[in-house]
Design a protein around this ligand. Structure first.
Ligand code: SAM
Length: 262
């Protein structure tokens, strides 16, 4: 039984690895540091490992959970602790814009199902305008990719797409033993702060996505070859980049300049 939550068999298909080590739960709550008036939204509350401590601290929270079997026990555990609203839905079908309404931006928190971590990140990015910040637990390998700098072996599409729209700060590593059942790999908690609109240089998000995807689709090729049919050499040079460079050498601003050229 996790402290503050309840116990139920984990479903592998839903990426259920329940956090039980108090010290890591405390560190997540400390990192989120909820303030009066904040609108906390947890993705995948599971058995309530993070939900209950956040509720105790903040008094109010909305959680999005796909597993029907977890909802009644979670509501029962939260009784008397705070005001918990559970949305029983696939998080990818949740419109964060509608959820935010005009009552202020959301603060997302979640120990994410690892099989869905990239789709959830991109779904959140699409709603970045209504999100104040995000604190997510993911596979450490994914967090390494999210925060990577050019030249790193793990610098790629995820790094560029996230860093163009958010400040990415890896916070701490969590070992497999902190979860039941333990995953096979280390996990890490990361903070994402969406940039203010004025700081995001991307003119056309779809074009940006297309250029970044093509450049890293064949990461061993030069930009000239990888971007064949997407950007010609003249445009690559116009963006201040070398056509014989590889995508992994180009920084986020370089991709923004390249995608912005008409
Ligand atoms: N927050 C809990 C904890 O830290 O112990 C559970 C984390 S577990 C890694 C991931 C949670 O996400 C599970 O509760 C799972 O049922 C839920 N989940 C999986 N797929 C989901 C989806 N598409 N939408 C919403 N929740 C989902």
């Amino acid at each position: 039984m996790s402290r503050g939550g309840f116990s139920a068999p984990a479903k592998k298909s839903l990426g259920q690895h329940f956090l039980h080590e108090r010290s890591f739960i405390d560190r997540i709550v400390l990192a989120v540091d909820p303030q009066p008036g904040d609108r906390l939204v947890e993705i995948g509350p599971g058995q309530g490992a993070i939900t209950l401590p956040l509720l105790r601290r903040h008094g109010e929270l909305t959680a999005i959970e796909f597993d029907r079997d977890l909802i009644t026990p979670l509501m029962e555990t939260a009784e008397g602790v705070g005001r918990l609203t559970i949305i029983h839905k696939d998080v990818l079908a949740v419109d964060f814009g509608k959820l935010a309404g005009d009552e202020g931006p959301l603060r997302l928190v979640g120990n994410l199902p690892y099989n869905l971590s990239s789709p959830i990140l991109f779904h959140a990015l699409a709603h970045a305008a209504v999100i104040r910040d995000m604190h997510f637990m993911l596979q450490k390998e994914v967090v390494d990719r999210m925060g990577a700098a050019p030249g790193s072996k793990v610098y790629g599409r995820l790094s560029v797409m996230l860093q163009a729209y958010c400040r990415v700060t890896p916070l701490f590593v969590v070992p497999p033993g902190a979860f039941r059942p333990p995953p096979k790999v280390d996990s890490a908690v990361v903070r994402l702060l969406p940039k203010p609109a004025a700081e995001i240089g991307v003119r056309d998000p779809q074009r940006f996505e297309q250029v970044v995807r093509a450049a890293f689709g064949q990461r061993r090729k030069t930009l000239r070859n990888a971007l064949d049919g997407v950007c010609d050499s003249a445009r690559i040079e116009q963006a201040g980049l070398r056509p014989d460079a590889r995508a992994e050498q180009v920084d986020v601003d370089g991709f923004v300049r390249l995608a912005n050229i008409e």
